[in-house]
Design a protein around this ligand. Sequence first.
Ligand code: AFP
Length: 311
Amino acid sequence: MSETRTSNFPKTLPAFLSEGDPTTAKVYLAIARAASRLADELPLHTGMAGGVNPSGESQAKLDVFSNDLFADALLETGVVGEVASEEMEEPRRSNAPAEESLAVAMDPLDGSSNIVTNSPLGSIFGIWRGRLPQSGRRLVSAMFVTYGPQLTLCFSHGNRVCQFVKMRIGPQAGEFVLASEGMRLPDPPEVYGFGGERNKWTPRVEAFVRSLEERGLKLRYGGTFIGDYNQVLRRGGIFAYPELKGRPNGKLRILYESAPVSYLTELAGGASTTGRGSMLDITPTTLAETAPCYIGNRNLVREVEEQFARS
Ligand code: AFP
């Protein structure tokens, strides 16, 4: 990824990151390179190409492949001392002292059950100093990747949220270029997506969704958190993996999924809640702890909290 010299073109990722914190830049560039490779390799690992690579070797399952790809890339930066992942029982660590290095919690392949339908996939990264678990409030930065029709990166840059898109042809082919800077959740909100089976929603979740429908918000739900959340970020609205009957803590993992996305949402002027306060205020006691999460436009998230406080 070389630096673009022509000012008429959107800024490339390396040029953009050269103006910020160099440690974060190393991590973001490593994720960008690994995400590009993952996007290129998808057909080899999804079964669509028969699960055999051009040399005739059979391919690792995509979730294992993506986990190793990102974990190796992150540890090779030299600034990451710990990588925890939804795909690993135990974090992988370098020899770097905890207090001098970053810890990354990741969901390397969000939405893996959607692989067979060629629906959007994602990757999510939360970046902390020290060791995990920690609360989302202590995040130093976060990023997510969308593998949809376009390959995009969305991340915090200081206290702003930016999105980059990978160019496939033209003078910037092969580069991630700036698509949006200082993103804000649009208002009025247009869309909502709530996970889990409708008949498992608690009465208060169902009542809230009914109220969204009555005021004309459109259902957008594909079953990949990042794909569904990205619609909320671009169109305004609310995403939730709510409390369910028999599953009061929902499904999404705080460290790997909901805290990093809540962090980006709050920077983009939105809000997040477990139903009783910001997602960012929970300090999980285990790496894989889950909590119900409701993320989106501030007024909608406040309504969830108010309605839940009454019931
Ligand atoms: P998979 O990675 O197993 O496909 O799970 C994806 C996910 O964790 C998240 O991306 C979705 O929002 C959620 O599950 C969808 O779950 P439901 O199918 O229960 O709605």
